[in-house]
Design a protein around this ligand. Structure first.
Ligand SMILES: NC(=O)C1=CN([C@@H]2O[C@H](COP(=O)(O)OP(=O)(O)OC[C@H]3O[C@@H](n4cnc5c(N)ncnc54)[C@H](OP(=O)(O)O)[C@@H]3O)[C@@H](O)[C@H]2O)C=CC1
Ligand SMILES: O=C(O)C1=N[C@H](C(=O)O)C[C@H](O)C1
Length: 271
């Protein structure tokens, strides 16, 4: 009987799913309790380690998410918005903590998570790395120190498989900049410029997205002022840092009261 924390991984065959399975195996105090894939996926019924092209790890990939989640201590979920909402309901029913890395959720979908947070701890963040969460704090401070003579632009680059833009991280950074300025991001957000856009509106926060190759994730926050520019940058070169952050969050949830949390809570950066 393994008395370490049992983690169920959703989207087991995905880029992050596989990285999580490998990283859980290397992390003390946790074990993989289940690898979940959707019904009809060709990994279902196979040993997860072997399906990933490695040694058997003794965990058979399942499509019975309800059973797998009910038997876990915590679920780590990097999938897609609709899937995350379905997993959220299962976590709430089972009272099992839910660590959500999925991005691209609309405001309405994020609001749909709220009832589940009455029944289980939810940690949700568009980026689980320490570096980005520090960058969020720096962004807020710099934005608070500068006035609207400085145009704020968030520029992000990701691999060509990514389906959502702006990235979850870019939105976290934009939110931080808006908070620093004391405005609501939705009132000043300018994304997807194309064609005759007109001149930049003073006070707007702009977003640009590059998609190409195997870029793991790069984010710049530019403060472009008269005669000078400040650029805050984070470059992720390995997905393992997101997996490590998510596992740290999974450990942190144990014994936590139901509620909605983020990586600032996990990393103690709100204190
Ligand atoms: N917060 C963070 O730190 C990070 C967040 N992310 C986010 O994590 C998410 C996943 O990224 P990544 O691993 O690169 O993506 P992948 O496309 O490689 O993996 C997604 C996985 O989710 C599964 N999935 C998708 N839709 C459903 C569904 N409706 N029901 C069940 N399973 C589903 C896929 O299964 P199938 O193959 O069958 O479609 C696949 O296994 C993205 O939103 C990404 O932005 C990524 C890295 C870091
Ligand atoms: O899809 C990805 O790959 C990533 N997604 C997250 C995001 O949307 O910001 C985090 C990271 O940048 C990688």
């Amino acid at each position: 009987m393994d008395d370490t924390i049992g983690i169920a991984v959703t989207g087991a065959s995905g880029r992050m799913g596989q990285m999580l399975i490998r990283t859980i195996a290397e992390t003390k105090g946790v074990h993989l309790s289940a690898a979940i894939e959707r019904k009809g996926h060709d990994w279902v019924g196979q040993d997860a380690g072997q399906a990933m092209g490695g040694a058997a790890n003794g965990v058979v990939v399942t499509d019975d998410a309800a059973q797998a989640i009910a038997s876990a201590d915590v679920v780590i979920d990097f999938t897609a918005p609709e899937a995350t909402l379905a997993f959220s309901a299962l976590c709430a029913d089972a009272g099992v903590a839910h660590v959500i890395g999925t991005t691209g959720m609309t405001d309405a979908q994020i609001a749909e998570l709220q009832p589940a947070s009455q029944s289980c701890a939810i940690v949700r963040a568009g980026n689980m790395s320490l570096g980005v969460n520090l960058l969020v704090q720096l962004t807020k401070r710099v934005a608070a120190a500068l006035d609207e003579d400085f145009d704020i632009e968030v520029i992000e680059a990701h691999h060509h498989h990514k389906v959502d833009a702006p990235s979850g991280t870019a939105l976290m950074l934009g939110e931080a900049a808006a908070e620093g300025r004391g405005v609501a991001l939705n009132d000043v957000r300018d994304s997807g410029r194309d064609g005759i856009t007109g001149a930049r509106k003073r006070g707007d926060i702009g977003f640009s997205a590059i998609r190409g190759g195997d870029i793991v994730g790069e984010h710049d926050v530019m403060f472009a002022g008269p005669g000078e520019r400040i650029v805050l940058r984070h470059m992720a070169t390995d997905r393992v840092l997101f997996a490590r952050g998510a596992i740290r969050a999974a450990k942190w949830t144990q014994g936590k009261a139901p509620g909605a949390y983020d990586m600032m809570d996990v990393l103690g950066l709100n204190d």
